[in-house]
Design a protein. Structure first.
Lengths: 654, 888
């Protein structure tokens, strides 16, 4: 950034005061947008790591006052230094900005500030006086000027936001530190309540989430990240196993408008739940006889037992959501018909088809050639898609491919292979899943790719592959695989399962030309409003993003619900300050990979007990056992509670 | 692990935190929030220490030591931080130490003194905190005194499992608030753990300064847990408060509402302090001399006229071992009668009979702490949160610490339900059926402990045969428990490494109570959960000395320590020691005594500390019996319903007024210590001695310890116990010789005569079954606030004002067709009579069963209960009777 007058961000002091704009030294590692909401500029930023200011038109003393006020407001009251200390500082700052400060106030603030940073329980206090301390050091003259003048300072305009690295990284923005803390404090139902504020699928996400939170966990800088996913699962299981019924928060004022949702997958269910919570009448149209969409029939039972998902759907139905099963939109009812009956529609159909491999023989209709998504669907319906077949080759490196190989043993296939064109390191599937598959004795064939599906009498008998080597990185940053000429080889098999990607079946849109789509067969939406090009029709999930993770579909389903509410109330569909600030903090980056935490660590992350590989590979029983209570509480105890407070000073453009 | 703290080389145990390692090695680190029995709070930041190589100071309480760690507890920076933290706390703290209950034992006061804080550098605008009600009126909250250590909040969650309190608001405004007051059970755990005076007792108008108070440690007089508490005595005369100490006794500082707040009956104005003698319809005050001489003369003449067997005595299940022992000695030796029994029969006789036969001793196999470490806990027919709170705490601890899973068996949704992994709801009286069903499943699925069965039990083949008809499906028909649920329970129980099976009155208080107990013993034996450290069979008692009443020989057929009265050698040994002859023929049990009275065989009855007119079923029958007595002598602390019919009433002493011992339900003999002199002038043991002496058998004991020593010398189970070696915290019997550490785990080295006996038990349907005019079950149980007969509690303001009346619980689906809504008055009719009561609509009970807590002033449920007795144990069927409910 080259328009910053002063920065102490991450401890690097860049002081451009007194220089002309052209001579400004750049601030490395700080990405502070200039624009806040199209109307106002961000004049200065104060945060957990220091401050940065653009212009001299911000009163730094008043900004400190506002920042400490935000810290005091966020302080949870559960440790003395932060609870009382920041209040003492705030009292002093208010006195100064009121024109009644004294010189000794500055020393007092510095000394208490240090005490709060060093002895507070969590990051609210540990980071809460960092910026103040920088200001006392580098802007002392401003403080002294106000003290000397004995004049009141008129307050500026600020926006404050509390974030945590984990929750900022979560596409659903779950309030991780709070729900983890509740596990530690043994408030399991309350913990689940916090999770449900942001997602209605705690038991599902607690099992299958790809957990961006854990790769943004500050504890990893000390020893290992917290098992956030398993803790989420733990509280969901606690409720389920103990027959607890969550409080159904149905609002007092019912809303008359009816909303239709297409698809009972993660996006649709989330949208439905939060709309119902706001009091809307919600109807979900689902083509299958059971709910869950890809979460149900794309994920095998050994990873996500059906009763867990069903219970979560029961709770959604308990909120008054009606699900019409066996009702395929486009076939049993058209989108047009729905549009006539409902004030708003949400489309969350997901990505339900396979993308082609573009190899010889895949369109020939051979017996034993089964697309991955269909293979999983049939297995999840309790069927063996092709009982004659025993030797399986799955092509692909993602989670669907792994689910296909692991499920194959479980329906009695004897020889299970996975063919992937890059090496293990590049596999997009969750590392834990790959390890589990290895333990279950799946044969991995890395750096090779099919070129031809070979059949005899219309039945698959094998697949011809070619070896690959890795070349230059492609646009995804992974090295591009290049075939090695003449390295063809043959794998003997009777089932070939392509699982290289999912596509979206948009045939249900028939006749709705006003809905714009892309060349990748996804729906086009306005990113701020989630609205498609057709008014009143909204969409989110894989059918918008292309195949993506469950937690994003669920998170966007919830966000779409907020927009639909605004739309139905006739309000402008603008992002709320909360979302704007959350994104702003993400831009600034809440998690710093290289940070030295400076604490005593050495406490290992807890792992789940698992069924023995030999035992589990033949059954659909859940592989992972879930945390016992004492282990869950110990794991939660490791959380550093990295809440940080960011505050921006806003000013008019110009 | 080798570590260095403040330059001192220390070997710390693995897993120890810095604080633990420091304390274990005599290094003081200041704390305010830390409490060993709670999880880490980390709120006070007083214990932060510096660690070499670590930039930030770390809390010693929550930082595990690692090999080679070098810790400094007194660096300038951490000492300054501590001083600042204390100053912060004092910003709003009122300087009302002179009038604060905690003055002199306040941890903030101590630290302020220790850090020499004599000046305040910091200030903030004052925050006016809301004056809102606390969770219980028995405790007063002083928000400005609070240091926000969070102990109260966390202890409420972890110990009673209530979660009444939480932090309300944020920042400096934050404070502790009762966010969920309905969940409060007034146990006072928060009061106990508060390090300052932010929570104080709000019951007794009389307060005392610390130096005016003597604290006398004694055993609680309420349930059978055997909690240790301190009676706070002002000027040696008045009990003004009960406190407790962490680390002391089985309760580790915890108490229930009864133990902590139920003491004020001691000084109630209704206390009997003078003997009373009947004159016509009235009782008049008399002197001790007159009353004692009258009792002695009348007894003597009855004995001469009708023989010793015309006399009977009922001993208290809450009396001391010494007075119970003396009572039965006096009956047998002086009056020549074995008609002696106790109130303990009403709760626990089936345990005594059943477990003696199955295992050897009629008592709990292990200690209460043995529960922590079990991986499965089965709770049958008892609500420990109501009846034995400290036992419920142990269950919660097992869930938290050893990941225990819980199987609840109870038709009613008790408080255990919220933790239970499996909840079975059998019909009343159907216990034998589901137990047999479980055993059958365990055998079928190979989940029994075969080596144990082979080596240590007898009768397995017969048992196996007898349970074979109890398929899950047939059990479902008999008990209403879904077959699949029974299977789940069998698997959970069968796969447990250590299982605890705990049961209470829901099993025993039945016509076939002894069968139920034996069936549970079968279940415990086939799963091999006897004789090991964790796991076992846990009968729960709701009376403080239920175990002692049996142990001391207040039984028609046993002398102390279960020595048979019909054994000539035993009679001779006791006769020689006592100086007289003992009757040979076993006497009458409690229920049989009243048959005896009605038949004219019993002419004189002595009742000590019991109120049979209220506790026994079928009141009309009892009243008729009392009419026929020629002499009724009652020794009690209040003029009970029974005492009102007496010819002579002698004032008794409460547990606070006498020395002695109680034996808790874990077989632990513990001291009862007199804190004040008997208000009526004499303790029960002195009364018995006086009457015996006047009848020509001088009993001259100077102190109850001499009574105990005599008993111990005659009783192998207790031979190794005397008052001296009880000082260290009580001893569990058997304790066969001096120096023996007592027996925490029974049958560890096997059973006494070759093996645990497995008895085939056939399920028999209850005598009464709902139908016709009486379409519903009635079940009665205890509730926390009013305990059993109410002699004490209805005069304990602390309890009564908080839970003034009972109600009939009725399932919504039963209430609706009868037009009964919450709060309506209803008539409850059984084949024996009727009572009127308020209804409470609740799904805690099952459809078809109404539930009632019996122990209230004006609801005398015994009007309607069945008088039938268990043929083996003589216990009435309290838990199942048929009724009709009508709206009035």
């Amino acid at each position: 950034m080259a328009d910053i007058v002063f920065s102490s961000w991450q401890g690097r002091i860049i002081d451009n005061r007194g220089k002309s704009q052209g001579e400004f030294e750049e601030v490395p590692g700080l990405n502070l947008p200039r624009d806040y909401d199209g109307e106002r500029w961000i004049k200065a930023f104060m945060g957990w790591d220091g401050l940065a200011m653009r212009g001299a038109d911000v009163n730094i003393v008043d900004m400190c006052r506002a920042y400490i006020e935000a810290v005091q407001k966020e302080s949870c009251g559960k440790c003395i230094p932060c609870r009382v200390g920041t209040r003492v500082i705030l009292t002093i700052l208010k006195r100064i900005t009121d024109g009644r400060g004294t010189r000794t106030d500055l020393d007092t603030m510095e000394s208490i500030g240090r005490m709060i940073r060093d002895s507070s329980k969590c990051q609210v206090g540990q980071t809460g006086t960092v910026a103040l301390s920088h200001c006392l050091q580098y802007f002392k003259d401003e403080f002294l000027a106000i003290i000397k003048s004995k004049k009141k300072v008129s307050p500026g305009t600020y926006k404050a936001k509390t974030v945590a690295p984990c929750s900022n990284a979560c596409p659903s923005h779950l309030d991780v530190p709070t729900y983890v803390e509740y596990v530690k404090e043994q408030k399991f139902d309350e913990s689940l309540g916090v999770i449900r504020n942001m997602t209605c699928l705690p038991g599902t996400l607690g099992r299958v989430c790809v957990r961006p939170c854990e790769s943004n966990c500050r504890r990893a800088n000390l020893d290992e990240s917290i098992s956030i996913k398993y803790l989420k699962r733990f509280v969901a299981d606690w409720e389920l196993e103990r027959r607890h019924v969550p409080p159904l928060e149905i609002p007092e004022g019912k809303r008359e408008d009816a909303v239709a949702i297409v698809g009972a997958g993660p996006a649709g269910l989330s949208c439905a739940y939060y709309l119902a919570k706001m009091g809307y009448r919600v109807t979900v149209f689902e083509r299958f006889e059971t709910p869950g969409g890809m979460a149900a029939w794309g994920i095998p039972d050994y990873r996500l037992p059906r009763d867990v998902l069903n219970r979560e759907v029961e709770i959604i139905q308990g909120m008054g959501v009606e699900i019409r099963y066996n009702t395929e939109v486009g076939k049993d009812i058209t989108l047009k018909e729905i549009a006539q009956e409902y004030k708003a529609i949400f489309i969350g159909v997901g990505a339900q088809t396979n993308t082609p491999m573009r190899v010889e023989g895949e369109d020939a209709g051979y017996k034993g050639f089964i697309p991955g998504v269909r293979y999983l669907l049939e297995i999840n319906q309790g069927k063996d898609p092709y009982p004659e077949g025993k030797k399986v080759v799955v092509v692909g490196g993602g989670n669907v491919a792994i689910d296909c190989v692991r499920s194959s043993f479980r329906i009695g296939k004897s020889d299970v292979n996975l063919v992937y064109r890059r090496s293990r390191k590049e596999m997009p599937a969750d590392d834990v899943e790959i390890r589990d598959a290895e333990e279950e004795q799946v044969k991995f064939h890395f750096l090779c790719n099919p070129v031809k599906v070979v059949a005899k009498d219309g039945k698959v008998v094998g697949v011809e592959c070619i070896r690959m080597e890795l070349g230059e990185p492609d646009e995804s940053g992974r090295r591009r695989p290049i075939p090695v000429p003449g390295s063809e080889f043959f794998i003997d098999c009777d089932i070939v399962i392509p699982a290289i990607g999912q596509g979206i079946d948009l045939s249900f849109l028939e006749g709705m030309t006003e809905i714009e789509t892309t060349k990748w067969q996804t729906l086009v939406i306005n990113e701020e409003s989630f609205e498609t090009s057709a008014p009143g029709i909204f969409s989110a999930g894989d059918c918008v993003t292309g195949p993506d993770v469950l937690v994003r579909a669920a998170g966007n389903g919830k966000r779409a619900a907020d927009k639909i509410d605004k739309y139905l109330r006739g309000e402008p569909v603008l992002p709320p300050d909360e979302d704007r600030l959350e994104d702003l903090m993400a831009t600034i980056e809440v998690y710093e990979e290289d940070e030295d935490v400076g604490m005593a660590g050495g406490q290992e992350r807890k792992h789940l007990d698992m069924l023995d590989p030999e035992e589990r590979r033949h059954t659909f029983d859940e592989v992972e056992m879930g945390f016992p209570i004492p282990v869950a509480r110990e794991e939660a105890e490791r959380c550093l509670r990295c809440y940080r407070i960011g505050l921006v000073a806003l000013g008019p453009k110009g | 692990m080798n570590v260095i703290i403040d330059g001192k080389q220390i070997t710390a145990r693995d897993g120890a935190t810095i604080l633990e390692a420091a304390r274990e090695n005599g290094i003081y680190v200041p704390t305010l929030c830390y409490l060993a029995k709670l999880s880490w709070l980390k709120s006070c930041r007083m214990c932060i220490v510096d660690i070499e190589g670590i930039e930030k100071p770390m809390p010693a309480c929550a930082t595990p030591m690692t090999e080679g760690m070098t810790v400094f507890t007194r660096t300038e920076r951490v000492e300054n931080m501590r001083r600042d933290a204390l100053k912060f706390l004092l910003i709003q703290h009122p300087l009302d130490c002179p009038v604060c209950d905690a003055g002199g034992e306040c941890e903030l006061q101590n630290l302020t003194y220790q850090y020499g804080i004599d000046r305040q550098d910091y200030s903030s605008e004052r925050v006016e905190r809301p004056d809102v009600p606390y969770g219980t009126p028995l405790i007063k909250q002083w928000m400005d005194r609070c240091v926000m250590c969070l102990r109260c909040i966390q202890s409420c969650i972890e110990i009673p499992g209530c979660h009444v309190l939480d932090v309300v608001d944020r920042g400096f405004e934050s404070h502790v608030g009762a966010v969920n007051p309905d969940a409060c059970i007034s146990c006072g755990e928060c009061l106990n753990v508060c390090p300052v005076g932010a929570l104080t007792e709000n019951l007794n108008p009389v307060k005392g300064r610390l130096w005016q108070i003597e604290r006398v440690q004694t055993s609680c007089t309420f349930c059978g847990c055997g909690c240790q508490l301190d009676l706070n005595v002002l000027h040696g005369k008045r009990v003004i408060k009960v406190t407790s100490r962490d680390g002391v006794g089985v309760n580790d500082g915890s108490l229930c509402v009864k133990g902590r707040f139920g003491y004020d009956y001691i000084h109630h104005p209704d206390r009997l302090v003078h003997p009373l003698i009947r004159e016509g319809k009235k009782l008049r005050e008399a002197t001790w001399e007159e009353a004692l001489s009258l009792v002695s003369k009348r007894l003597k003449s009855l004995k001469e006229k009708f023989g010793g067997e015309s006399l009977a005595a009922i001993a208290p299940a809450r009396g001391t071992n010494e007075e119970i022992y003396l009572l039965q000695k006096w009956m047998r030796l002086v009056l020549g009668s074995n008609n002696v029994d106790s109130g303990a029969r009403l709760g626990s006789a089936p345990t005594l009979v059943g477990l003696s036969e199955s295992l050897g001793y009629g008592a709990m196999t292990n200690g209460l702490d043995g529960v922590v470490g079990a991986d499965v806990i089965m709770v049958v027919g008892t609500d420990p949160d109501e009846d034995n709170l400290i036992f419920a705490h142990k269950i919660r601890r097992a869930i938290q610490r050893s990941a225990a899973r819980v199987i609840l068996v109870d038709p009613r949704r008790t408080s255990v339900e919220k933790y239970a992994n499996i909840w079975l709801r059998p019909f009343p009286g159907s216990d034998v059926a589901w137990i047999n069903g479980l055993i059958k499943l365990l055998i079928e699925e190979n989940l029994v402990d075969e080596p144990f069965i082979k080596e240590r039990t007898q009768g397995f083949a017969e048992l196996k045969k007898s349970v074979s008809p109890y398929t899950p499906e047939s059990v479902e028909g008999l008990t209403g428990i879904p077959a699949e649920e029974l299977r789940k329970a069998a698997r959970l129980l069968g796969k447990a490494r250590n299982a605890v099976i705990a049961y209470g009155a829901g099993i025993t208080q039945h016509l076939r109570g002894t069968d139920g107990v034996k069936a549970l013993a079968n279940l415990t034996l086939v799963t091999g959960n006897v004789g090991k450290e964790r796991g076992g069979l846990y009968p729960l008692c709701s009376q403080s000395n239920c175990q002692g009443a049996f142990d001391m020989g207040a039984l028609p057929n046993y002398l102390s320590g279960y020595q048979r009265i019909d054994d000539a050698e035993v009679r001779e040994r006791f006769g020689n020691a006592w100086g007289g002859e003992l009757p040979m023929k076993p006497g009458l049990s409690l229920g049989e005594m009243f048959d005896g009275i009605q038949l004219g065989k019993i002419k004189g009855l002595i009742v000590v500390g019991e109120n049979p007119l209220i506790t026994l079923p079928n009141k009309k029958r009892l009243e008729a019996a009392f009419e026929r007595l020629e002499l009724l002598v009652v020794i009690d602390t209040f003029l009970t319903e029974t005492a009102q019919r007496a010819h002579v009433v002698l004032p008794g002493a409460t547990f606070a007024e006498k020395d002695g011992t109680f034996t808790s339900m874990e077989r632990r003999v513990q001291r009862v210590r007199g804190a004040i002199p008997p208000l009526g002038g004499k303790a029960e043991w002195e009364i018995i001695c006086a009457i015996a002496s006047q009848m020509g058998y001088p009993m001259e004991y100077r102190h109850p310890s001499e009574v105990f020593s005599e008993m111990a010398s005659l009783t192998p189970l207790f031979r190794g116990i005397d008052y001296g070696n009880l000082e260290a915290g009580g001893l569990q019997w058997p304790c066969p010789e001096l120096g023996h550490p007592g027996t925490q785990i029974l049958y560890r080295d096997g059973f006494s005569d070759g093996g645990g006996r497995l008895f085939p038990i056939e399920y028999q349907e209850p005598e009464e079954k709902p139908g016709g005019d009486f379409p519903m079950w009635l079940s009665v149980g205890g509730i926390l606030y009013n305990y059993e007969i109410g002699t004490k509690e209805k005069r304990a303001l602390g309890l009564a004002k908080w839970y003034p009346e009972t109600a009939l619980e009725i399932h919504p689906e039963d209430g609706a067709p009868l037009g009964i809504s919450d709060g309506d008055r209803v008539r409850l009719t059984s084949p024996r009579g009727h009572i009127e009561i308020k209804a409470r609509i609740s799904d805690r009970t099952i459809k078809g069963m109404v539930y009632l807590a019996p122990s209230f002033y004006d609801i005398e449920v015994n009007e309607i209960l069945s008088p039938d007795l268990d043929p083996l144990a003589g216990i009435p069927e309290y838990k199942a009777c048929v009724v009709r409910v009508e709206r009035i």
